[in-house]
Design a protein around this ligand. Structure first.
Ligand code: NCD
Ligand code: ZN
Length: 333
């Protein structure tokens, strides 16, 4: 029996929502992950220390365990030095959304220049900037069009740690390699699927997310970087739950739900690439180094034993619901 043991897996990009959805999905992540970077795109957004502390309490109450650490983020707006100094000990970074680019991002940034005073303060105080890097151009080109903004920020703020969130293209990977202060997360789905899986045959709303999955050569480049444990790349699932009726409808919400199946899918991908020994770096060690975190101890064992992905988790349909995949999580200690 092939088995694989992972120490303290981390998800560096996660949506947990609030209220009933939070209560339903947070325990699923806390089951197999030792920590996660929590996205602030609630309605209204998490953009004050007070709201962030309230949200963190809600998350801890929803998981009900002490071996899971929520790493909190603030929603980017113009912040004063005082606000940033007060927030710094409580956050892993600040998440910048271009206005209106994705779910609940209406309050995001419409002019990147106007964001510069706050970004300068973040650089000075050593607060990482996490970015949803998409323009509002043609859907397949949005990330590529944003690369010049990443480049400009990387050049203008050389001491700022910039995280390119959920990269989906070979071009983003190339830029990542050019600047020391750029880092990136990548989702499970973008390592496995292309636009063909979303819309090439029968439309699969459960694979629809922002950024949209791209071309085969993009997927190949990203998967190659992940399975070779690219030192600047970490897992960020971007697991983004929406109730079934918001996905299976006209006007489908963007977001793929992978939290409870992410490690199993990754074990399959890394095994296919003869790289099971690289998965630890991709799911935890790289992130610990890049973000300077020490997660709670958690040992997750996977076995090569078929696992049928549930049709739903409560009201949320996961990626590949009903499919049988080769790896299962068999114990968590
Ligand atoms: C995310 C969501 O639903 O909050 N959706 C998505 O498609 N990824 C927002 C985001 O991260 O873009
Ligand atoms: Zn996201």
């Amino acid at each position: 029996m092939t088995t694989l043991t992972l120490q303290s897996p981390l998800d560096m990009h996660l949506h947990l929502r609030q209220d009933a959805m939070l209560k339903a999905v947070a325990p699923l992540t806390a089951e197999t992950f030792a920590g996660a970077v929590i996205m602030p795109n609630l309605v209204p957004p998490v953009d004050s220390l007070e709201r962030l502390q309230w949200y963190k309490k809600e998350i801890l109450a929803a998981t009900g365990r002490d071996d899971f650490e929520p790493y909190m983020t603030l929603f980017f707006r113009s912040y004063t030095r005082e606000e940033l100094e007060a927030a710094k000990p409580h956050i892993i970074g600040i998440k910048l959304y271009p206005a209106g680019i994705t779910t609940n991002s209406e309050g995001g940034v419409s002019q990147i220049d106007q964001a510069e005073p706050t970004i300068r303060l973040m650089e000075e105080l050593g607060i990482p900037l996490m970015i949803h890097g998409e323009s509002n151009g043609f859907v397949m080109d949005r990330e590529t069009e944003f690369l010049s903004i990443y480049q400009r920020l990387a050049e203008r703020f050389p001491r700022l740690k910039i995280i390119m969130e959920h990269i989906t293209t070979a071009g983003a990977l190339a830029l990542l390699n050019q600047f020391e202060n750029l880092h990136a997360t990548v989702t499970v789905q973008h390592l496995i699927i292309t636009l063909d899986d979303v819309a090439g045959g029968m439309l699969d709303p459960h694979l629809f997310c922002k950024p949209i999955a791209k071309r085969p050569e993009d997927r190949t480049a990203l998967a190659h970087a992940a399975v070779s444990a690219h030192p600047k790349l970490s897992l960020g699932t971007d697991s983004a739950p929406h109730p079934q009726h918001k996905k299976e409808c006209c006007g489908c919400a963007a977001g793929v739900f992978t939290a409870p199946i992410a490690l199993q899918l990754l074990a399959g991908l890394f095994e296919e690439n003869d790289a099971l020994d690289k998965l630890q770096a991709f799911v935890s060690d790289n992130a610990q180094r890049i973000y300077g975190v020490k997660p709670p101890a958690k040992t997750v064992t996977l076995e090569k034993k078929p696992f049928t992905i549930p049709a739903s988790y409560g009201d949320v349909v996961p990626m590949w619901a009903g499919r049988t995949i080769p790896w299962s999580v068999t114990s968590v200690e």
